[in-house]
Design a protein around this ligand. Structure first.
Ligand SMILES: *Cc1c(COP(=O)(O)O)cnc(C)c1O
Length: 355
């Protein structure tokens, strides 16, 4: 199998080797050291401002999205939410459930965010927070963070960024953007099994968490933050995945750090995109992340049939789209342990299927 989906993705050998071992007991100084090192490396790779903290949640990315909404915002807030696909929609649903007032910037599939989109909605209104999925993975649109950051700085908004599929694939620096929250997940470009998500909190976000009182035990971040001070978690975490994450983060660090990892993803994405020029495939996003290429077959074939054929006849997994996009769009990921030879095999398969 070669896996080009958007997660879980392929892991490197060091991560896979840990997966083959027994999971150790975790209330030990050894495991605490691993957790503190994970926090240090995530804060570094996120460009987090001084005195930021990172907590690790056992639960997929959505768990950390929900914990963020519950702990960082209150019904006294008013948020602006970018909704350009199913992950933007998820933030709207979370705000509904937790009674956070918000307005939506709704974007058609594939469309980049423009300044006028914000202005039309935000005209004469006062907001306290801005919520965005930096890369809307469902459609493959990578939002203009400079525009968002500038708007938030000018209007003093708290900036919450779901960076789940863009972390380690595209440039991102919390300090430069003035971002207050960054969310990531273990099964995207962190390239580990699913089960862990993480939340980086700036001092401004931490202050909000301290004052807030969410009606939930498992997702009370005050408890998680207090435990993480000594490298622990309130409840049993996905210990094995956290150990794997440690191996992966250290590997990135010793290979030159986050900039090197981002350029590796960029080179893979560019390699694939340069080779599809002769195929009846059209890229359907106004702004691409290095993480994913969303493609529309222009020869009349169903995108879903291409996904099935590649899976069943070639052992190659691309990522199908859901709902109304099912027959129109499939996605090819550039996350995880992949190389140019893998893409050559995918391209050869596509060539045969689409001729
Ligand atoms: C994958 C992803 C999530 C989280 O999905 P889970 O299935 O809960 O891990 C959230 N936002 C974006 C942008 C994603 O790509």
């Amino acid at each position: 199998m070669i896996n080009f989906t958007v997660g879980p993705v392929q892991s490197c050998d060091a991560v896979r080797a840990i997966g083959a071992e027994d999971v150790p007991y975790f209330r030990t100084s050894e495991f605490s050291a691993v957790m503190l090192e994970n926090e240090r490396l995530v804060l570094k790779f996120a460009g987090a401002p001084k005195d930021s903290k990172c907590v690790f949640i056992t639960g997929s990315g959505t768990a950390s999205m929900e914990a963020t909404i519950m702990n960082v915002l209150t019904p006294e807030d008013r948020a602006l939410v970018v909704n350009g696909g199913s992950f933007g929609d998820r933030f709207c649903k979370l705000c509904d459930i937790h009674n956070i007032p918000y307005d939506v910037i709704k974007l058609e599939t594939g469309r980049q965010l423009r300044e006028s989109d914000i202005e039309v909605i935000a005209k004469d209104k006062k907001y306290t927070a801005f919520i965005v999925n930096k890369h809307e993975t469902s459609t493959g649109v990578h939002y203009n963070m400079a525009l968002i950051s500038d708007y938030c700085k000018r209007n003093n908004l708290l900036l919450i960024v779901d960076n789940i599929s863009s972390f380690l694939c595209d440039d991102f620096n919390m300090s430069e953007l003035g971002a207050d929250v960054m969310i990531a997940g273990s099964q995207k470009a962190i390239a580990c099994p699913p089960g862990i998500s993480l939340i980086v909190l700036s001092p401004r976000a931490l202050e909000r968490v301290t004052k807030n009182d969410p009606k939930c035990m498992y997702f009370d971040l005050k408890d998680a933050l207090a435990n993480q001070l000594r490298g622990q978690t309130p409840f049993t975490p996905a210990v094995g995945t956290l150990l794997q994450m440690n191996a992966r983060l250290k590997e990135i660090e010793s290979a030159g750090g986050v900039a090197v990892e981002v350029s590796r993803a960029k080179e893979l994405a560019e390699y694939f995109r340069s080779k599809i020029k002769d195929l009846p495939l059209e890229i359907v996003s106004e702004s691409l992340s290095n993480a994913v290429t969303p493609l529309h077959p222009t020869n009349g074939m169903s995108a879903y049939d291409i996904f099935l054929k590649l899976k069943d006849e070639y052992g190659i997994w691309v990522c199908p789209n859901g709902g109304e996009m099912k027959d129109r769009i499939f996605r090819v990921g550039h996350m995880g342990c992949l190389n140019e030879t893998d893409y050559d095999k995918l391209l050869a398969g596509l060539k045969e299927i689409m001729k």
